[in-house]
Design a protein around this ligand. Structure first.
Ligand SMILES: *Cc1c(COP(=O)(O)O)cnc(C)c1O
Length: 461
């Protein structure tokens, strides 16, 4: 007998109570937060799908590692273990521990960047782009064409456009390219995977032109799952072996351990070239810490080491990807417009299609996010015109390409009944889709406005 049900491959050893709230209470909380979900207190949230970053649950073995943390300033045993683990996984010999992914980005890209330099990616994650642009360099996104169509079912929508890559390198001259960065899975592009074939092609082009090839490998295990199940020629390999093969193609890798290392804080930069590593090590020591801890405690390094082993287990990855897909498929069956195919760490809803009567300049994504909170206490994240919108000279909104709402799933935190509750909440929202009114923004800062801006109803009823 083969079971159809997929169960969480863990038992719960410790529980964290959820503060249950009523719709009336939530209405007051939301008003106090100026309809900005970032400004809610976590105790006002029932199910928090704001992000999968640093929100995962550690295992008993990771917690055991916490107790074994060696807090020596130099040469800690915990570092030896973390080094050995990352070295075995990536095959890269120079490894710099950092307190999170963006610290590794700042170190590498401030060194490689500067005015006149160009970085090319399938899609730069926002902190990646910010670090590159802050150095004075330019960041260009070249996902394949299919990535821009929410309904297209291409199995590897995270792939980079190879022709454009070659063209941009040739046009600008290889010496002006800071690096080519492959983000896998492609977080900003809907958590879509990159194929092994595409990574090989990117690698070949970079080798041919002698351009540095960097992996943004935050979700390398989730990406390996998709490669194993969607690509030919890797059926006999384990997920870890597939990841190791991807790493053989690159010159360096950056990881936010808050994703696939299943910890709450941490990251690293791994490099092949000694000279580049030496330059980065200087920056590491100035701002993060000595080479054998960077921005991390010994206990953090223990937890990362164990997390990097656990994340490649077949039962874990199967549960992880299947449970995200479960949510996406159920929503799709109900007629909720979801971004397809369902990605690895999150389900994305097309809010413009969900609320066709709400004009784009009244932020349909924000309306959906707020309704999910009001009806179910669910916190999601608008990824649309609130986050990326700009104004023209007449202060009219230039909307983003899509108005999405992301339901990001923390690892090992919620059970299927929590997810069923999310699905049920959507069924309430489906009955009430004829909304005309959206939001206007009353206050916004100059940069990264989505974190602190304040909303009110566009046309109060
Ligand atoms: C989260 C993330 C980062 C940045 O990592 P932080 O740990 O949040 O600083 C970089 N790239 C990708 C793809 C990410 O998902």
């Amino acid at each position: 007998m083969r079971h159809k049900s997929i169960i969480e491959p863990f038992r719960v050893k410790m529980v964290e109570p959820i503060n249950m709230t009523t719709e009336t209470e939530r209405r007051a909380y939301l008003k106090k937060a100026h309809h900005n979900l970032f400004m809610l207190h976590s105790k006002e949230v029932i199910i928090d799908l704001l992000t999968d970053s640093g929100t995962s649950a550690m295992s008993a073995n990771q917690w055991a590692g916490i107790m074994k943390g060696d807090e020596s300033y130099a040469g800690a045993t915990s570092w030896d273990k973390m080094y050995a683990e990352i070295n075995d996984l990536t095959g890269l010999n120079y490894i710099l521990p950092t307190h999170q992914g963006r610290a590794a980005e700042r170190i590498l890209y401030s060194h490689l960047g500067g005015t006149g330099k160009i970085f090319i990616s399938n899609t730069h994650f926002d902190t990646t782009r910010a670090n590159i642009e802050f150095s004075g360099a330019e960041a260009i996104d070249i996902p394949i064409e299919q990535a821009n169509n929410p309904a297209n079912l291409h199995p590897f929508k995270g792939n980079m456009d190879i022709e454009r890559l070659e063209h941009i390198i040739t046009k600008n001259g290889a010496a002006n390219i800071g690096a080519v960065i492959l983000t896998l899975t492609n977080n900003s592009g809907g958590g879509q995977p990159v194929s092994l074939q595409n990574a090989r092609e990117v690698s070949e082009i970079c080798k041919k032109h002698q351009v540095l090839f960097v992996l943004d490998c935050c979700r390398i295990a989730e990406n390996a799952y998709f490669i194993k199940h969607r690509e030919e020629g890797v059926e006999d390999k384990t997920y870890r072996e597939i990841a190791q093969e991807v790493f053989t193609l690159c010159d360096g890798a950056i990881m936010s351990a808050k994703k696939d290392a299943i910890v709450n804080m941490g990251g690293f930069l791994a490099l092949k070239d000694e000279e580049l590593a030496n330059a980065c090590t200087n920056l590491l020591i100035i701002t993060e810490g000595y080479t054998t801890y960077g921005g991390l405690s010994g206990r953090d390094m223990e937890a990362i080491t164990v997390g990097l082993q656990e994340v490649f287990r077949a039962d874990y990855l199967h549960y992880r990807i299947r449970s995200t897909t479960y949510l996406g498929e159920k929503l799709q069956e109900m007629g909720v417009p979801v971004l397809l195919p369902i990605g690895g760490h999150a389900v994305y809803i097309d809010a413009r299609a969900f609320y066709p009567l709400i004009p784009v300049n009244e932020y349909p994504g924000q309306v959906l996010a707020c309704e999910l909170y009001l009806k179910g206490g669910i916190r999601s994240c608008e990824i649309g015109s609130v986050m990326f919108g700009k104004y023209d000279e007449n202060h009219q909104l230039i909307s983003s390409a899509m108005d999405l709402v992301r339901l990001a799933i923390p690892r090992r935190v919620y059970t299927q009944s929590h997810i069923d509750y999310v699905i049920e909440t959507f069924s309430f929202l489906m009955d009430d889709r004829n909304k005309h009114n959206g939001f206007k923004i009353d206050y916004e800062p100059e940069l990264l406005r989505h974190f602190t801006c304040r909303f009110s109803e566009a046309k109060p009823t």
